[in-house]
Design a protein around this ligand. Structure first.
Ligand code: 5RP
Length: 233
C-alpha cells in the first residue's frame, strides 16, 4: 500500500463514526479529501448529514459531491470534525496548516464536540517540530510581526528560521482569510503549550498550527493496519 492508500484507509475508518443527521466539520488536505469523497458517495446513496468546510477547496469539493453545506453562523455547534494533520504526538497534540487552512480548521475543530484526526502513521512523532510550524499573520506590519514571532519562539525555548510561505509560482501564499503564513523550522518543540501561549500573545498573529487539547482521537493507517489513538468510538 502506498501513502495515499493508507490515507484512504484511515478516512474509511473515520467514516464509520458518522451517523445519520450528524453535523460535521470537513477538514482540508489530501487525507481529508478522501474522507469527503467517501462521504459524498454515502450521501449519494441517501445518507443525510449537514457539513461545514474548513477551506474554500473543501467547500467546492463537498458541493460538487452533493453534500449539504452550512456555515458556523447557521450551524455554530458541530458533532464531529474529521481532519488530517501534519504531525501527531502521543498526547494527540498536532501540527496543522501544511495546507494553509489552519485558521478555519481550528475554528471548526473548536466548534465541534469531537475532532478526529485521520492520517498515515508516518505522521506520528514522539516530539512535534520536525514539520515546520505554520504561523498565520496579517500582511500589515509583516516584518515587525516576524520579529515578534521570533522572540516568542525564543522565549518558549525553541529556535529556527522563519520563512514566508510561497506558492509554487514564487508569489506569496495568501490564505482563504487573506493572510500570510510564516513557517517556523524549529526541528523540535520541547514545550508546545508554552510556545502556543507565546504565539497567541503576538499582535499580528492570527493563529498558529499547534492544535492542543482539540483532538479527541486519531485513526492512523500503516503497513500493519490501523492504529487508533484516544477516543474513537
Ligand atoms: C491543512 C492541514 C492538513 O490537514 C495537513 O496539512 C495534512 O494534509 P495531508 O492530509 O495532505 O497530509 O492541516 O491546513
Amino acid at each position: 500500500m502506498n501513502a495515499d492508500d493508507l490515507k484512504k484507509l484511515a478516512a474509511a475508518r473515520a467514516l464509520e463514526l458518522v451517523g445519520p443527521g450528524m453535523r460535521l466539520g470537513l477538514g482540508t488536505g489530501s487525507t481529508a479529501k478522501h474522507f469527503v469523497d467517501l462521504l459524498g458517495a454515502k450521501v449519494a446513496s441517501g445518507f443525510d448529514v449537514l457539513c461545514v468546510a474548513t477551506s474554500e477547496a473543501t467547500q467546492a469539493q463537498a458541493l460538487s459531491l452533493g453534500i449539504s453545506m452550512s456555515t458556523l453562523d447557521e450551524t455554530p455547534e458541530l458533532d464531529l470534525t474529521v481532519d488530517g494533520a501534519d504531525e501527531i504526538d502521543p498526547q494527540l497534540r498536532l501540527i496543522k496548516g501544511g495546507g494553509a487552512a489552519l485558521l478555519r480548521e481550528k475554528i471548526v475543530a473548536a466548534a465541534s464536540a469531537r475532532m478526529i484526526v485521520i492520517a498515515d502513521d508516518g505522521k506520528l512523532v514522539q516530539k512535534l517540530g520536525r514539520f515546520p510550524l505554520p504561523v498565520e499573520v496579517v500582511p500589515f506590519g509583516l516584518e515587525a510581526t516576524r520579529r515578534a514571532v521570533a522572540e516568542a519562539i525564543a522565549a518558549s525555548g525553541s529556535a529556527g528560521e522563519l520563512k514566508l510561505r510561497q506558492r509554487a509560482d514564487g508569489t506569496t501564499l495568501v490564505t482563504d482569510g487573506g493572510h500570510f503564513i510564516l513557517d517556523a523550522r524549529l526541528g523540535a518543540i520541547d514545550r508546545p503549550e508554552l510556545l502556543a501561549q507565546a504565539l497567541n500573545m503576538v499582535p499580528g498573529v492570527v493563529e498558529h498550527g499547534l492544535f492542543i487539547g482539540l483532538a479527541a482521537g486519531a485513526v492512523l493507517a500503516g503497513a500493519d493496519g490501523l492504529k487508533l489513538l484516544g477516543e474513537i468510538e
